[in-house]
Ligand binder design. Structure first.
Ligand SMILES: NC(=O)c1ccc[n+]([C@@H]2O[C@H](COP(=O)([O-])OP(=O)(O)OC[C@H]3O[C@@H](n4cnc5c(N)ncnc54)[C@H](OP(=O)(O)O)[C@@H]3O)[C@@H](O)[C@H]2O)c1
Length: 410
């Protein structure tokens, strides 16, 4: 007899959908430290539309976006859900998943019940005019499990069927759940902005090389024949980057010129400029040749952008997808125009780029860098570690349906 709700780790017969599920919920009245903001509650399993799929979540990837969601900063995501036509007073985060398709809408052709999938986090309206060119430029674009509700921190997740991609059978559920959000984002940053796409022999500076984005960026650069140099905050993280294929690393703790530089007219400016110059010399020393990076892979933002713009090669590109340390960035325009550098914003990825990244995973060219796996009830703790920059190198995941670590679907 079918049950109303299954316990965490229990798998309903394939295709059988209970009426209720357990989810890790964020509510506005709990906004604050992730440790406390996430709490397990019982909610109805969501209804799906004609272009959607309902996926039984085996494991969920942990990303920085739900640190922001837990804090309610810079936005209250539940208000965004309302604007998207899903008014709810709670948020189910989770923008990475591996799992099994349990139901598919009438118009779905790319997946069927029983398929083992990973889910990318790009959602958009299929009738958005931008969807035909690049849905990332459309007004309807949103990140599933952040701007939209019903993410992967629950037993079932509601997704648009195009988000479902084949799961690499050689990977465990938790390893498969770990890399897609950061990997597809890094893929668009490094391959999505021609002519500044990474090619054979290109030198690339990767900030936060041991982090989620950085660990994927290093491997994508290596797969394209480029030469990544990582920036990290300690030697262990640096050695981790080298194992992934980085030519070498710079420990940012050896420098102190971070943040907004003094105004260019002030006396302090020239003294400050010694910092980026010293950093540039260190970069050449680590690389073993006097070449500047053609691409700078940026996400810390306010603390590092002045150095990134300074470091970027003539005719090169600084590509940025976040401002973890702050949003007010100073770019010395003299370097931008005289050396014809490009400062390019980038945000997640379209289907083509997500699938291209997933192909690298399927081919075994990308290690998902799963560093730690959490139980379902530790999802808040895993985000707290991330918020405090105390998380391990690479990526993290949490088990949802998968009964224990180490199971593949082979
Ligand atoms: N727009 C998008 O589509 C998109 C997609 C993915 C992520 N993001 C955003 O990108 C950011 C990074 O995500 P992630 O998953 O890579 O996080 P992560 O795993 O925490 O990695 C970030 C890395 O940044 C480095 N870092 C921290 N403070 C720094 C500072 N002051 N200066 C230089 N580096 C610093 C840290 O490395 P060290 O301490 O070793 O230097 C850390 O490992 C987050 O804000 C996230 O929300 C945006």
């Amino acid at each position: 007899m079918s049950k109303d709700i299954y316990e965490i780790g229990e798998i309903p017969p394939v295709g059988e959908v209970p009426s209720k599920m357990y989810a890790q919920l964020i509510r506005p009245e709990r906004f604050g430290d992730p440790e406390k903001a996430f709490q397990i509650e019982e909610v109805p399993v969501p209804e799906i539309g004609p272009e959607d799929a309902l996926v039984l979540v085996m494991a969920a990837g942990i990303n920085y976006n739900n640190v922001w969601a837990a804090r309610g900063v810079p936005i209250d995501v539940t208000k965004v859900h309302g604007k998207l036509g899903e008014p709810d007073d709670f948020h189910i985060g989770g923008s990475d998943a591996s799992g099994i398709v349990y139901a598919a809408g009438d118009k779905v052709t790319n997946v069927k019940v029983g398929d083992r999938v990973v889910v990318h986090c790009g959602q958009w309206d299929s009738d958005d005019p931008a969807a035909k060119r690049d849905p990332m430029f459309g007004n309807s674009f949103r990140i599933w499990g952040y701007e939209s509700n019903w993410g992967s921190f629950a037993q079932f997740t509601k997704v648009q069927a195009h988000q479902c991609m084949p799961k690499a059978p050689q990977l465990t559920w938790e390893a498969a759940a770990a890399p897609t959000l950061v990997g597809a984002t890094a893929y668009r940053m490094l391959h999505g902005w021609p002519p500044h796409t990474v090619t054979e022999g290109d030198v690339v500076l990767v900030w936060g090389g041991a982090g989620g984005l950085g660990s994927m960026a290093i491997q994508i650069v290596v797969a394209a024949g480029g030469k990544p140099v990582a920036v990290v905050s300690n030697e262990e993280k640096g050695e981790f980057c080298k194992r992934l294929g980085a030519v070498g690393y710079i420990n940012r703790k050896e420098f102190d010129h971070w943040g907004m530089p003094p105004h260019w007219e002030s006396k302090g400016f020239n003294a400050w400029l010694e910092g980026p110059k010293k950093f540039g010399k260190k970069f050449w020393e680590v690389l073993g040749e006097k070449r500047s990076p053609r691409l700078v892979f940026e996400h810390p933002g306010e603390d590092t952008i002045p150095t990134s713009v300074f470091m970027c090669d003539t005719g090169g590109m600084v590509v940025i997808c976040a401002g973890t340390t702050g949003y007010s960035a100073v770019a010395d325009l003299r370097y931008l125009w005289m050396r014809q550098k490009r400062l390019q914003g980038s945000h997640f990825a379209n289907d083509e780029q997500s699938y291209a990244f997933n192909d690298l995973v399927l081919q075994g060219k990308i290690d998902p860098c799963l560093a730690r796996t959490f139980a379902f009830d530790e999802i808040g703790v895993s985000h707290q570690l991330m918020a405090d920059n105390r998380h391990p190198e690479g990526n993290m995941a949490a088990l949802v349906g998968a009964p224990s670590e180490g199971f593949t679907d082979l």
